[in-house]
Design a protein around this ligand. Structure first.
Ligand code: ZN
Length: 448
């Protein structure tokens, strides 16, 4: 799929998403919380949870779709909490905190709002991470004070239990509230390792995961995530940062730790709200794909990473939020009928704009007219508009851009004898909802 995959093992590329014990209460609890605060949004009548019937009961999950398992999404406005475990530079915290403060309400985070559940609720495009003019109130640094977990648990965290312990202790000490509408991120510093999770060690098997537990606050389902500093250090063999993995030598904010962690937080946050207890949008366990997984390390359309705009420092970025540039992975937008009609969604959902190309006559003969057709596959209920333009693989445009009709564009072309074989591809222009994207190469044989 992505050429990047060749340079890193699939095990390493895969973020681990594991459920832990005690997740059966999620359905009732989510509904109770929503009813209690009247904060949840019900989608319009007639919306279909899972239009791909073969996807039900997990039998139909593919590399291009994910399945609904029957659980609940986080339907109330989500509150993010961050625990900086260990030594994180203030400048790094500021960048991460500011991003969390602003990412709610963006088209990017709004892709999560396409995810509904069988109770009729949907994720809302709201993420609360308040800034009170002095401090980001949902952030806490667990480092300096005697008695803090950093002093007692140290730099080698033992199992996921250590993450739950950190969250529990910070809540118990009233540094952060206990909140079932929250996602608690434990960000571990560059010198912190984690072992014995049952699915390997930090930076050898995973770099981030999300989970839930009812043991942190007895009887309440607390959603949390572990995100390590994924940079070359005592833990990691290389930088697990999008810019560095794609060949850039810096990141949009010039702060490698902050930019790398933001991308990972976005991945786990999106999965947490759509699959909070790993019973909702994620398909068959284990090895389920959640909405972050199908797009992981995917930052650009198929025209490539170099197609992205470049910040002043030379780092590529793909989104600007509140005036600040970031490179953040795309997110899978589930194929739910009419979901897109709810609002404006980020056009960069990674599965969009799949372009196929066919020829009416292959092989053909010199002088024969051949009709080339490009079809742009959209999501259910949203037919792509715009144009397709055909090109020779070795350079040169074929005819003029043609406007899509029902997602398809055709052009008739008469090949001469200088083009055998012809490698041809189509480029879709993109529109309000779908990204620009390219078709695979068509191998057109032109006989004399
Ligand atoms: Zn994931």
């Amino acid at each position: 799929m992505e050429s990047l995959a060749n340079s890193i093992s699939s095990t390493f590329m895969k973020f681990a998403d594991f459920a832990f014990t005690h997740f059966v209460r999620a359905i009732a609890e989510t509904m109770i919380m929503c009813a209690l605060f009247a904060l949840c949004v019900k989608p319009a009548a007639g919306q279909v949870i899972d239009p791909n019937s073969t996807c039900n009961n997990n039998s139909g999950q593919t590399s291009t779709n994910i399945c609904y398992d029957g659980g609940n999404v986080m339907a109330a406005p989500t509150n993010a909490y961050v625990i900086y475990y260990g030594n994180w530079a203030t400048s790094t915290q500021t960048i991460v905190n500011n991003w969390l403060h602003n990412v709610g309400g963006t088209n990017l985070f709004g892709i999560n709002a396409a995810y509904h559940d069988s109770a009729g609720f949907a994720v809302q495009n709201i993420l609360n991470f308040p800034y009170n003019g002095v401090a980001y109130t949902n952030a806490y640094q667990d480092y300096q004070n005697a008695g803090d977990d950093y002093q007692t648990l140290g730099t080698q965290l033992n199992g996921d239990a250590a993450i739950r312990q950190i969250v529990s202790d910070v809540i118990s000490a009233h540094h952060l509230p206990a909140d079932t509408n929250g996602v608690y991120f434990v960000l571990t510093a560059w010198n912190v390792s984690q072992i014995n999770t049952g699915f390997g060690s930090f930076c050898s098997a995973y770099i981030a995961y999300h989970a839930s537990s009812t043991a942190i606050i007895s009887g309440s389902t607390i959603k949390y995530a572990m995100v390590g500093n994924p940079l070359y250090s005592t833990q990691c063999s290389q930088y697990f940062d999008g810019n560095y993995l794609r060949g850039d030598s810096t990141t949009p904010n010039g702060n490698l730790a902050a930019d790398a962690v933001i991308n990972l937080i976005f991945h786990e946050l999106s999965e947490a709200v759509t699959d909070p207890t790993l019973l909702t949008w994620g398909g068959t366990r284990p090895h389920a794909n959640e909405n972050g997984d199908l797009c992981e390390w995917n930052f650009a359309d198929t025209a490539g990473f170099s197609h992205l705009p470049m910040a002043g420092n030379g780092a590529h970025y793909n989104i600007t939020i509140a005036g600040i540039n970031y490179l953040i992975q795309k997110l899978f937008q589930v194929r739910v009928t009419s979901a897109l009609a709810q609002g404006s969604f980020y056009p960069g959902s990674c599965e969009m704009g799949n372009v196929s190309i066919t020829s009416s006559l292959n092989p053909s003969t010199v002088g024969q007219a051949v009709t080339l057709s490009a079809t742009v596959a959209g999501l259910a209920g949203r037919i792509p508009t715009g144009t397709v333009t055909f090109y020779f693989g070795y350079g040169g445009q074929i005819g003029n851009p043609t406007t899509l009709v029902n997602g398809q564009g055709n052009i008739t072309y008469t090949f001469n004898n200088s083009k055998n074989p012809a490698y041809i591809y189509a480029v879709y222009s993109g529109d309000t909802y779908y990204d620009r994207s390219n078709s695979p190469l068509l191998y057109q044989v032109i006989n004399q």
